[in-house]
Write a protein that binds this ligand. Sequence first.
Ligand SMILES: Nc1nc2c(ncn2[C@@H]2O[C@H](COP(=O)(O)OP(=O)(O)OP(=O)(O)O)[C@@H](O)[C@H]2O)c(=O)[nH]1
Ligand SMILES: [Mg+2]
Ligand SMILES: [Zn+2]
Length: 299
Amino acid sequence: MQEGQITKALSGFYYITDDKGVTYQTRARGIFRKDGITPLVGDYVYFESDNLEEGTLVEIKPRKNELARPPIANVDTGVVVTSVVGPNFSDQLLDRFLVMLEYKNIDPIIYISKLDVVDEEIVEEIKTYQAVYEEIGYPVIALNVKEVEDLKEEIKKTFKNYFEDRLVVFIGQSGAGKSTLLNYLNPEFDLITAETSKSLGRGKHTTRHVELYPLLGGLFADTPGFSALTFAEIEKEEISSCFPEMRKISSQCKFRGCLHQNEPKCAVKDAVEEGLIAKFRYANYLQILTEIQNRKPMY
Ligand SMILES: Nc1nc2c(ncn2[C@@H]2O[C@H](COP(=O)(O)OP(=O)(O)OP(=O)(O)O)[C@@H](O)[C@H]2O)c(=O)[nH]1
Ligand SMILES: [Mg+2]
Ligand SMILES: [Zn+2]
């Protein structure tokens, strides 16, 4: 039996790359469909094949984690690509992405794009956000470099430290600049960006399938943009643990299982009052909490 990792899924085929870097085209055994199991890009698998085109995916090894959108498994790092214009910066949306990554045990990195096209005022505002997120412990990459060639160099230097031996996904709204960033990191990817898709006459969502690309000693996935995030799997008690600055102090709340909402003697609410936790982070927490509390029960 051979071993490898699924690096691409397209039209019912699974492309499995072994540790020599050879990629085999395979189909999944019928048993997967019967059991309702879908192999995912990122899965470590056993397969059989005596040529490059007609292999069989036999077994999936246990997953570290899995994402539904994009459909991908065993993710180590999530780069949340957030633009400051077209679409505008939204701390609400950023926090929703961060909560999702925290919930899946994926290390987040925040990348702010398009600083080259906005006024100094917005650049300053972003710096304030940057300080908050860095204090929480998240790396923030916000490069204010006008020349594209200089920007590319800076990006490569900055990201080098984060990718070795890691599976990295790029997530964020459509138009945020995920494909552009990946193209900057390696022009050989030649990923389709909004600009090129205009000339190809394609719609707004320019990225079609999930595929892993090797770069800087790691693997990357360029994924379609999406703006709506629901938290169908998350219970209300689990959300504050997805906010690292709340997770750290919630054991100091008077009541066990405190939701930091209306409970008395709440360490989180005190920390917000004292300015130790950012007001906007707490507001975004409450919003997600309320959403989950208002969720219709599933049977
Ligand atoms: N000025 C400027 N434009 C950028 C930057 N990053 C991306 N863009 C532009 O923003 C548009 C959208 O970028 P894409 O890379 O296609 O966005 P995406 O996140 O991959 O979008 P989807 O594939 O639809 O999810 C393109 O026209 C890019 O040229 C940046 O740092 N500066
Ligand atoms: Mg794209
Ligand atoms: Zn509390």
